[in-house]
Ligand binder design. Structure first.
Ligand code: DOR
Length: 352
């Protein structure tokens, strides 16, 4: 690998929010502009995507916006997900089901309150080989001393239990932020994997306390937790891969300048994702793991290996400092990218 250019075969973002309406028109092309060829699309729209028909309609809309990106669709876990609906979804090419515990993040009001209630659906998913994507936090509960800092470690027993009950069900713990989560996933079998975001490789608590643009769920944790995320990438562990959780929100909803609304959880990385990931991996000595982290590992877990490697699906990065564009807008929509105003050491050279 040269130190001035890197070629990555068909990068895949295994966790991204592409929204709806004008916001979707604005952000969907950024997946490709940010260097990615495949988007694993989250279903937390309003209303959420809970049925096969809704997911297919959403997919068609995204394909109209960008016909060249491959969109893999998910359903939002809800009582609509009967075993029959699982089989229908599988037959229609839907890849996964995303579980949001109630109230932990954006559009999770319809989220779940018990995993056991969904055991029949999980059994059907195991049978037909669909993937279960877990937002790995439990809701805050002052009476049990559960809060945003310990919500992920407190969730991990649920992951262990689900894997024990459904050992052949492919499960992804999404956007891990703690050493405890990394160690738990490593200790489990080949059917359990884990996504890591780019922003959690950069941030710790000090970066979001008082800085609403860096607020997301799960929140970035302590330096030692961030080090565990970096270390597992340095090791090249095959069950850990990129899922950006790129989550655009209108600027007004990220700003704390008005007292009548809180700050939306979500960090927007799509437009700069591949250069940002290369920049971060290089900063902690893992640039040689870039291909595994952004392409091979996730593709192997999802059984979406690249059919043939040719110029069309190679994305090249070159080492050159480039400023991060701050604001993107379309009609009345405006979003601001992570690291706006900063510099990255890598930029996309050409796209096939
Ligand atoms: O899990 C999530 C959801 C996402 C969103 O905005 O949809 N934002 C987040 O920060 N985390």
């Amino acid at each position: 690998m040269s130190t001035t250019t890197i070629s990555v075969p068909s990068p895949a973002d295994f966790h991204v929010h592409l929204r709806q309406g004008n916001l979707s028109q604005l952000v969907t092309p950024h997946v490709r502009e940010g260097g990615f060829r495949l988007a694993y699309v989250m279903p937390n729209l309003t209303p959420p995507i809970t049925t096969t028909d809704q997911a297919l309609e959403y997919k068609a809309t995204l394909e109209r916006i960008d016909p060249e990106t491959e969109f893999l669709m998910t359903l939002y876990l809800s009582p609509d997900l009967t075993p029959d609906e699982v089989r229908r979804a599988k037959a229609a090419g839907i890849v996964g089901v995303k579980s949001y515990p109630r109230g932990v993040t954006t559009n999770s009001d319809g989220g779940i309150e018990s995993y056991e209630a969904y055991y029949p659906a999980f059994g059907a998913m195991q049978e037909v080989d669909m993937v279960l994507n877990l937002h790995g936090e439990v809701p805050s509960d002052a009476s049990a001393n559960i809060h945003v800092i310990n919500a992920e470690p407190t969730f991990l027993p649920h992951l262990r239990k689900l894997h024990a009950h459904f050992p052949r069900l492919r499960i992804v713990l999404e956007h891990a932020t703690t050493r405890a989560a990394v160690e738990t996933v490593k200790s489990l079998g080949a059917t359990v994997a884990c996504t890591i975001t780019a922003h959690h490789l950069a941030l710790t608590v000090d970066d979001w306390a008082g800085q609403s643009w860096n607020y997301c769920k799960p929140i970035a944790k302590f330096p030692d937790d961030r080090e565990a995320l970096r270390q597992v990438i340095r090791e090249g562990h095959p069950r850990f891969f990129l899922g950006s959780d790129s989550a655009p929100h209108p600027s007004m909803k990220k700003s704390t300048s008005s007292p009548d609304h809180g700050c939306a959880a979500g960090i927007y990385t799509s437009p700069i994702l591949l250069p940002l990931t290369a920049h971060l991996l290089e900063s902690f000595g893992a640039l040689d793991k870039l291909e595994g982290f952004v392409s091979k590992n996730g593709r192997a877990f999802y059984k979406k290996e690249i059919a043939s490697i040719d110029g069309n699906n190679i994305v090249r990065l070159r080492k050159r400092k480039a400023g991060v564009t701050g604001t993107y807008s379309l009609k009345e929509e405006e979003v601001v990218s992570f690291w706006a105003g900063k510099e990255l050491d890598w930029e996309i050279d050409n796209q096939g």
